[in-house]
Design a protein around this ligand. Structure first.
Ligand code: ADP
Length: 226
């Protein structure tokens, strides 16, 4: 589904050049649940940003299906993001002025769907994560766990082929974290491909494979024993 070949990402300033990613080779197959671990500053967010096409590598190739993303312009990348990617963040990133249902509907922006279909999709996504009863509430009226479930509903409402999650349980207590992991595992069991950055070894264990990063490189790739 996705192939990164010899990906580099360097940040250049007048005096120093920082290597955020070096020689990254990664193949994510359809239906995989991949966890990314590593200490702060090792390049996890940079890697997720490149996978999410919000950042471009300074070297190497990113193949999405049969498309080489270096050949796509910004508009084409935005369309790819809208149609095939779902994002979940550590800090939820819901819009305070919008209701939960309106926030979830944002996941359908740029999708060509009729009003009735949009409503049905939003309702189904909220139902899927168990927050239908909070549809008319605003984010600040919800617990952290409920907000993250709403954010997952927003990520999946467009039926993305790849979900990118950046420390989705990082701001949650144990119980809510477990609930969010349960949802991600269920989505994966239903066929969603997930790439998740996490600091939690227990949550990484829920994934089928874990890669460890250090200093911008992948230093280990461990498949879960079945
Ligand atoms: P992690 O997510 O693992 O904490 P990051 O991907 O955020 O790591 O950062 C990897 C490296 O790239 C770090 O050394 C960081 O300082 C550097 N870096 C990240 N973003 C920038 C930037 N915009 N400008 C310069 N250096 C950056």
């Amino acid at each position: 589904m996705i192939r990164l070949q010899n990906i580099q990402r360097t940040y250049a300033s007048d005096e120093v050049e920082t290597t955020a990613l070096a020689d990254i080779d990664l193949h994510v197959v359809k239906g995989e649940f991949l966890a990314i671990m590593g200490p702060s500053g090792c390049g996890k967010s940079t890697l997720l940003n490149i996978l999410g096409t919000v950042d471009r590598p300074t070297g190497g190739a990113y193949l999405f299906g049969d498309r080489d993303l270096a050949t796509l312009n910004e508009a084409a990348l935005a369309q790819l993001r809208a149609e095939t990617l779902g994002f979940v963040f550590q800090s939820f990133n819901l819009i305070d002025e919008l209701t939960i249902a309106e926030n979830v509907e944002l996941g359908l922006t740029y999708r060509k769907t009729g009003a009735g279909d949009r409503k049905a999709r939003v309702a189904a996504a909220m139902d899927r994560v168990g927050i239908s009863h909070r549809a008319r509430h605003f984010p600040h009226q919800l617990s952290g766990g409920q907000q993250q479930r709403a954010a997952i509903a927003r990520a999946i409402v467009g039926n993305p082929s790849l979900i990118l999650a950046d420390e989705p349980t990082g701001n949650l207590d144990t119980e809510n974290g477990a609930q969010v992991m349960g949802i991600l595992e269920a989505l994966n069991a239903e066929g969603a491909t997930i790439v998740m950055v996490t600091h939690s070894p227990a949550h990484a264990d829920a994934a089928g494979r874990r890669i460890d990063m250090l200093d911008g490189r992948i230093v280990a790739s461990v498949a879960r024993a079945i």
